[in-house]
Design a protein. Sequence first.
Lengths: 427, 273
Amino acid sequence: MLLALLPDSAAAQTPSDFAGTVGPLYQGILARPSDLTNTLQYAANASADDIESAIGTYEQLLFYNPKLSRVRFELGVLYFRLGSYDMAGSYLRSALQMPDVTPDIEARAADLLAIVDKKRQVDQFTGYVQSGLAYQSNPGSGPGAQTVLASGHAFDNRFFSQSDWNWFGAFAVNYVHDFETQNADTFEASAVGYDAQEFRLHQFDIGLVEFRAGPRFGIPTGDPKTSLSIKPYVIATGALLADTPYYGGVGGGLTVHTNVGNLALDPYVEIVQQSFRSSSFYPLASGFSGTLSTYGLQASGPIASSWGFQTRLGFGHASDNYNPYSYDVYAADLWLPWNFSFPGDGRMWTLIPSFGVSRWLYAAPDPTIDPNTTPRTTEWRAGLGLEIPLWRQVVLATLVQYRADRSNVAAFTMHNLAVSAGPTFKF
Amino acid sequence: MKRRRIIFVLAAVLIAAPALAQQQVGTATAVNPLSESTPPGGATAPLTVGARIIHKERIHTTSSGTAQLAFLDKSTLSIAPNTNIVINEFVYDPNSGKGHMLASLTQGALRFVGGALSHAGEASIVTPAAAVGIRGGTFMIVIDRTGVHVFDLFGIGTVHNAGGTMILSRAGYEVTILSWTTPPGQPVRVTVAEIDRLLALLTSKPGQNGGVPGLHTVTIGECGLLGTQSTNCPNTTWLPTDTGFNDAGQIITQGTQFGTGTTVQGTTARPGR
């Protein structure tokens, strides 16, 4: 077959045919490599969708002048985008040593080098610690004070909608151990914690911590631009509500990671055995105990320069001890993080609009609330987060989030405006 | 299997040699003296920027010489000082994207940055100790007193010789091969110092300009952009969405809506179980 191909291929390589298939800019590089305008234009175009070709072209420019920090920085970015962190690190470090390095290149190179240095570690830790103040118009997600239950029962008036401030703290730690195999097998663990202490409404004081851990096995795809891995993991969650032990969950999950071009896909399934404990504020909580199964898909990728997206689509089924508490929920969320340089400030700010909707379908009417209506609730969420760089790894993280629930049960109809801000240390 | 294919391709090239012999397969895009080229059947002459590279051309660099070759399929070869390389075969049909590239490195070091042929797994570089099939990809190959070193910078490399086969599939790892009959070694992580040294080796030295003087500055938009929007820039990491705030809100909502109990004449109602 190849023997038959050769003469045709030879014919196909005439310059006139070639110009039509590789484009005039690359043809210009082959014909006039010292035409710097053409070479730069080709490198810029190739950067968008042909990273390796752009690398070859910028390396050509570096032959002409090896002291150009801008070219070295671009090469660092291109190798970074390929996932070739050693090469990225070498070019970025060398860019910083060039005499023409500018403050903006210094700042961007330092950001990327921090990531590169972590990626090279066998044991990698990332995460954040945050503390701050928050205002919520309805921290308990309760209905309006005039709400009357169809069951004729009175709603506990401590849980009607009322506003309050709280102090909150949050943290996340992600750990990755790299087994240094050619399949990129790792062990991953994460811990997330959140604690909020209300100023007045202490029935809504909450503390929550969740651990996840499991090995990730890389699966060879034969295509360097397509990665595939599978990760089984365990989940353990505990929560205090009103300063009383309230919830514990233990379970497991399975997720697959793959990418199609720049699009990362992470489908997952989780099953958690949930155990709720009744308390003086929440005397019926034990009825929530049961099994929660979740099936979902997370996806993320770039949209445009410095602008990306992350989305999560999920379905959950809760089979609770008290059947009216059982439910199905369909949920969709979208985040659109955008990095930008604030005018007059060379550092990178991040604006994160977010949108979400959930549809809750309960299994049966709850006689204590409405004996004739099976609750159906649609929850809408919209938010705007802003990360403002303060000093090195410290940012001021602010979040405005509005949530509105519409339900066929009056007690479940509510809205809440939450505004929070606090310094955050990222590592 | 890989070796058999390389032999098959070589045989094919011999048959088609007359048609291919004088065909341009690439261009010398940067050259530092002294770098020389020897076309098949021709005399050795200094290599210059813009020179055509043809089948079976041998490129040789001296202790101060370096060069970069760009090929029709958009792959490039950067050649270190004291290097001998022959472009044994280069067949590329840009319409179908099919073809094959085969080069021999007998001395020195090179960096290969892939193009259309290597993306299809059709690029091979033969060294005295192993044949390296490249899919992707960006690789450096170095021959020194300790053997042949294959560095995976991106892509999948099949390192094959009479002793066996080793697949390199992870950027940042290298394999050392001692001889054609010795099995390739296990992949080990490259060091920062090694990468820095090789990068310095594979470009111009102070005072050199690759044969194109006058490039004092460049104007490049952010992440290679020239005023156009693209997805070039790596995004700075942002705070995760699972901060616990939403989970906490859900627990409270559920508790408020169902778990608080309602009072019937002062008595807390219980789920009917």
